[in-house]
Design a protein around this ligand. Structure first.
Ligand code: TYD
Length: 144
């Protein structure tokens, strides 16, 4: 399968709507309104030991919004040429990750929760978990 030629510069931080009341805040994400893909799956990472890393893979097709709904962590994006570290620490900021990028999640604070909104249901075949394979696939695109 061919890998998407997206780069880390195609990923953005998105401010999410926030309704403020005397009794707290509400943040809303709605298909067709403030998210650029239809959400087919929601999952969250929690109970993550602070020294642990997650991610360590790329996706062929999957697009995601990642939100630190509690605590903080870093996402390191890598397109095979460029790398950038993005710190997520706000429940009303999402990182939009487009397909075709390697990502590592690290530096989890205690009690952090990572919410993921995903464009597809789970498919193990959509993952590249071998970094050398990822680099080779990216090079194929840039050289073609
Ligand atoms: P994995 O994607 O490997 O972890 P990370 O969050 O570090 O990227 O997922 C961890 C485990 O959960 C792995 O055994 C696959 C399983 N899993 C599912 O069964 N369905 C899912 O939607 C996801 C995201 C993971």
């Amino acid at each position: 399968m061919k890998l998407n030629n997206n780069t880390i510069f195609d990923c953005n931080l998105v401010e999410l709507s926030q309704v403020s009341t005397n009794s707290g805040y509400t943040t809303i994400l709605e298909n067709g309104k403030n998210i650029p893909f239809d959400v087919k799956r929601v999952y969250y990472l929690y109970n993550i030991p602070t020294a642990e890393e997650r991610g360590g893979h790329a996706h062929y097709e999957l697009e995601q919004y990642i939100v630190a709904i509690s605590g903080s962590f870093d996402v390191i994006l890598n397109d095979g040429v460029n790398k950038k570290r993005v710190t997520l620490n706000s429940p009303n900021t999402a990182l939009h990750i487009v397909p075709g990028l390697w990502r590592d999640l690290t530096n989890f604070s205690s009690e952090s929760v990572c919410l993921v909104l995903a464009s597809h249901i789970y498919d193990a075949k959509d993952y590249i978990r071998d970094y050398n394979k990822f680099i080779n696939k990216k090079n194929e695109i840039f050289l073609s």
